[in-house]
Design a binder for this molecule. Structure first.
Ligand SMILES: [Zn+2]
Length: 164
């Protein structure tokens, strides 16, 4: 875990977070870090961790974060987990897909819902490399996600609320 990971994870203000993003220099992380061998969201099977615990899920979110950086995107990753199974995942897609709403958490929710052909993700936990922004928290609320966990220590951000 590098200093920048810790710093990113500790920032609670969205404004601080976005300012940090603008200062991050992308690159330098080999795509080989990504163990599933494919860009997330393409519909391929998701490699599941050998030990399905919080540490493994948050580690996967950080792998996606590193993949985002390697792709030249913003340094965020997220996975959606239900019953100890990763049902959706994504790295940030804001830059590579020219989508201002392409945050990792939002994209991971969409990925899970599409994979399950189900818009209701009740009982799921969202793990993300940084604390979700208000847009992503609202998306988690609408998806009925039960809890958000973030950062290198998988700190709980509680149940998603619609208005912060
Ligand atoms: Zn967001």
């Amino acid at each position: 875990m590098s200093f920048s990971d810790t710093k990113t994870a500790s920032l609670s203000s969205t404004c601080q977070r976005r300012q940090l993003v603008s200062g991050v220099i992308a690159g330098g992380v080999a795509a080989a870090l990504w163990s599933t061998g494919a860009t997330a969201g393409g519909g391929e099977a998701i490699l599941q961790p050998e030990v399905p615990d919080d540490a493994a899920f948050i580690a996967r979110a950080f792998k996606l974060r590193n993949l985002a950086v390697a792709l030249g995107d913003q340094p965020y990753g997220a996975v959606i987990v239900r019953k100890d199974v990763i049902i959706g995942h994504s790295h940030s897609r804001v830059v590579v897909e020219h989508d201002p709403t392409g945050h990792a958490e939002l994209a991971a929710i969409r990925d899970a819902a599409r994979r399950l052909s189900e818009r209701d993700l009740s009982g799921a936990i969202m793990f993300s490399s940084s604390r979700p922004c208000p847009m992503c928290e609202a998306a988690a609320y609408w998806a009925n996600i039960a809890e958000m966990k973030y950062g290198s220590n998988a700190a709980s951000a509680g149940k998603p609320k619609l208005c912060g």
